[in-house]
Design a protein around this ligand. Structure first.
Ligand SMILES: *Cc1c(COP(=O)(O)O)cnc(C)c1O
Length: 391
């Protein structure tokens, strides 16, 4: 007797995440094996010439990579997905797959800084022109479309300044002008924002953040709809992209608990962000889930939840006072990346070229982890006390 397999397409998102990738498990184990492999042996010349077996060479896919790719595609609601060795590698591979010399790229002004460097560096050198646009442009993007605009790149919300973009309006204008829409979907992790249901064609994530979820691996994902998949897949293979088996496995493992982790990140971040809003040292809290926060209306329309990342603009204070705040936190680590189980705080300066950042105060980005919000607030109180003392 063999037991029936669930039809995942009919099940709730959290159920899908639990079952995702299970098709590749063997011998009764719940999880698929981690295949370390380059050579795959063929039983005959006929099999070799016919390429009839599912696996032919390590870089071309293993049961481990297929399991996590399938899980990511299921999470995002896309056609299929590929893994890259970092989030930035996922972005660069996706952009290079759809752009060539003479093409025009529309890039959101609030984009993750290394993607700006890629656009102004490598892509420019290849003869691809980038222009930056206001993240809040919405359907106004239609005015910026040129006959050679191939890609409109979005990131929503921006991972430092948290602007929520009107993806359906941007997608409608882009498609009308013959361009595809790419989104950096890292903040919503593919769980709180369904990129394809909102008109995106390609969704990229730094899986380093919430999918891995434990600050112990680098990984990127590129998920495509049916139309963009063949072109992306061809470019991915020509560029020789792949990722390490242990890190792909850790990504799959993280996906199974994504729903429950994100729910707690949201609960804790909401509590801390609300509290921050009442602090006399704080000018603005940039967390779209808070009522009256910038982007709240679009967030409520398009997202089903909020992750643990938000930013704060302090009331103007000296550099010394802002540094005293950060140096006197003990539960909040100070460092880059986010999406792990632990809380982080990091200062940043927004980069802009198409718009202006007018806030005067210091900017700090917080990632709220799985600690007790009360412990986090008392840590922040220590920081604010030091800020006041240094003022
Ligand atoms: C971290 C990050 C990336 C890059 O991911 P890496 O894995 O660090 O290369 C891309 N986009 C956003 C929004 C990020 O936060």
């Amino acid at each position: 007797m063999s037991r029936t397999k669930p039809d995942l397409s009919t099940l709730a998102p959290e159920t899908r995440l639990v079952a995702a990738g299970r098709d590749y498990a063997e011998h009764g184990f719940v999880n698929p094996a981690v295949y370390h492999g380059s050579t795959v042996l063929f039983p005959s010349v006929e099999a070799l010439n016919g390429r009839s077996q599912p696996y032919v060479y390590g870089r071309r896919g293993t049961p481990t990579s297929r399991a996590v790719e399938q899980a990511v595609a299921l999470l995002e609601g896309g056609h299929d997905a590929k893994m890259a060795p970092s989030g930035l590698a996922a972005v660069s591979t996706a952009l290079l797959a759809f752009l060539k010399a003479g093409d025009h790229l529309l890039m959101v002004d609030s984009v993750y800084q290394p993607v700006r460097q890629l656009s102004d560096g490598l892509l420019k050198g290849l003869g691809i022109e980038t222009s930056y646009y206001d993240p809040l442009i919405g359907r106004g993007i239609a005015q910026l479309m040129r006959s050679n605009t191939r890609v409109v790149y979005t990131e929503s919300p921006g991972s430092q300044t948290m602007e929520v973009q009107d993806i359906p309006a941007i997608a409608e204008a882009a498609h009308k002008a013959g361009a595809i829409v790419m989104i950096d979907n890292t903040w919503g992790a593919g769980h709180f924002f369904k990129a394809f249901a909102h008109g995106a064609d390609v969704s990229v994530q730094a899986a380093t953040k919430y999918l891995v979820g434990h600050s112990d691996a680098m990984m990127g994902t590129v998920t495509c709809n049916r139309e963009t998949w063949p072109q992306f897949r061809g470019a991915y293979e020509q560029m020789g992209q792949f990722a390490g088996p242990d890190d792909m496995y850790l990504t799959l493992r993280g996906i199974h608990t994504l729903d429950v982790r994100l729910e707690r990140h949201m609960k804790n971040a909401t509590a801390v962000a609300e509290w921050m809003r009442g602090r006399p040292e704080v000018e603005t809290v940039l967390y779209p889930a808070l009522s009256n926060a910038p982007g709240h209306a679009l967030w409520r329309r398009d997202f089903t939840g909020a992750s643990g990342l938000f930013s704060v603009v302090l009331k103007p204070c000296s550099d010394r006072a802002a540094a005293a705040f950060l140096d006197n936190l003990s539960l909040f680590g100070m460092g880059y990346s986010w999406g792990g189980y632990e809380s982080l705080a990091v200062p940043f300066k927004p980069h802009r070229s198409a718009t202006q950042w007018t806030a005067q105060g210091h900017c700090i980005r917080f990632h709220i982890g799985l600690e007790s919000p009360d412990d986090l607030k008392s840590d922040l109180e220590d920081g604010f006390r030091a800020l006041q003392a240094a003022s």
